[in-house]
Design a protein around this ligand. Structure first.
Ligand code: ZN
Length: 436
């Protein structure tokens, strides 16, 4: 792309009274990602061509589809969660080339702002157009952290009120979202990609028929790789890494504290860095426990980018990104805290310092508590996935029990949720959207 001398480093920005950063990647929310003027992609691969090019020091906007490419609707049925085609996910915007970036650099990414779909597209059928959703994915199609306890698909629709969210499927709560991108990252090198595929296949091979699977290997079905077609696209389908986990390039961190004002330092593995992402979340609790536990939406994210040449070596940041969380987040001051220990809930067996089991027990304790107020287990699970709850590894040395804790903000409820001598205020609290 031609050079320009304006602040954004993008073509045409010098002609505008720039109130909003120049759009480096635009999305028409009435069209699928494949049908956009410049399509995004849904696999990690070094050869996916850049969709735009910016200079270090520039600020720009990236528009995003919701992560499934809007397969889920604003309705009262969870059939779309049950039947979702996960081979299309995640729908990523990009890649954005950062001019002059070389392997070994650190890409400095400031999250300047983000939010749901903006005018004139702010109303419509796509998630992010005034609404979002949280899903419990079926055990046979995605699963989730508590999938053995909640194996069926459920959904909650959330309506956006500025920075607050409410749900007709979870009455009695209203909260301010902790808005962040679930997934951004740089492209892997061919060598790094091969290593991901090696190690993940080795894990899959330990129990290839497990439901849900241990990991997801490359799969050509449903692959989208920008403007690539034919043999090139087939190759990305065969080799490209699926986007579900976080890896050395960043990826699907689902760190709820990637809020506005965050600064992230991504390792650069390919020339131009090739920054891509999406999976914007209106809100999410730590752990995103239902798998689709955030309030999922399409929308926009504004970035500033810069480079630290040879930064990976200089700072020893060679495996995973580092970040400075943003300073813009909801302020809740009181938390009802649930504790879990590494004793298996079904077998009663003691596991040695297993934080995963301990956190699961903390979640189950919170779910059980909320059902005393009239919520179904599924409603409680959906709430814990999406509200700005804190999840912590509190003790990881006191043998044999890891101790994890879940901090539930009490101010999100419109009733008294703390224990008292009066007993829990149970009420008819409706139900989550279910399958038919
Ligand atoms: Zn997400």
């Amino acid at each position: 792309m031609p050079e320009s001398a304006d602040k954004t480093g993008l073509d045409g920005a010098e002609d505008r009274g720039v109130l909003m950063p120049e759009v480096a990647f635009s999305v028409d929310q009435s069209k699928s990602m494949a049908d956009q003027a410049v399509p995004g992609h849904n696999r990690w691969h070094p050869d996916i061509p850049a969709a735009a090019s910016v200079r270090p020091g520039s600020e720009f906007r990236v528009e995003c589809r919701e992560w499934t490419d809007a397969q889920l609707g604003n309705n009262d049925s969870a059939n779309d969660v049950r039947d979702v085609d996960l081979l299309k996910a995640h729908m990523l915007s990009g890649p954005i080339e950062i001019q002059g970036a070389e392997p070994g650099d650190l890409l400095v990414v400031d999250i300047l702002d983000l939010g749901p779909v903006q005018p004139p597209q702010e109303r419509g059928d796509a998630p992010g157009q005034g609404w979002g959703y949280t899903g419990i994915f079926a055990k046979v199609n995605g699963g989730g952290f508590l999938t053995d306890h909640f194996p069926d698909a459920y959904k909650a629709i959330w309506d956006f009120h500025g920075q607050d969210a409410t749900s007709r499927h979870i009455p009695g709560v209203r909260y301010t979202g902790i808005t962040h991108p679930g997934l951004f990252g740089t492209a892997p090198s061919a060598q790094l990609l091969a290593e991901w595929n090696r190690r993940e296949q080795a894990l899959i091979d330990t129990d290839p028929n497990r439901v849900p699977p241990l990991a997801l290997p490359p799969n050509p079905e449903g692959v989208l790789a920008g403007t690539m077609r034919g043999n090139d696209l087939d190759r990305v389908g065969r080799e490209g890494a699926r986007t579900v986990p976080a890896r050395e390039n960043g990826g699907n961190h689902d760190i709820k504290n990637f809020t506005r004002g965050s600064r992230v330092y991504y390792p650069v593995h390919v020339p131009g860095a090739k920054l891509s992402g999406g999976d914007l979340h209106f809100s999410q609790g730590d752990g995103e426990i239902t798998f689709c536990g955030a309030i999922e939406m399409g929308g926009f994210i504004d970035f500033g980018v810069d480079l630290i040449k040879d930064g990976m070596n200089k700072y020893g940041v060679t495996t995973n990104p580092i970040l400075i969380p943003g300073r813009v987040e909801p302020r809740y001051s009181e938390f009802l805290t649930f504790i879990g220990i590494s004793v298996h809930e079904s077998t009663g067996d003691n596991h040695y310092l297993d934080a995963s089991i301990a956190y699961r027990r903390a979640c189950l304790n919170a779910v059980n508590y909320l059902t005393k107020f009239g919520y179904s287990g599924e409603q409680a699970y959906l709430l814990l996935g999406s509200a700005p709850i804190e999840g912590r590894i509190s003790g990881i040395v006191d043998i044999p029990n890891a101790c994890c804790s879940l901090y539930l903000p009490t101010e999100i409820f419109d009733f008294e949720v703390k224990p008292s001598t009066v007993g829990p205020m149970s009420a008819d609290r409706g139900s989550a959207a279910r399958t038919s």
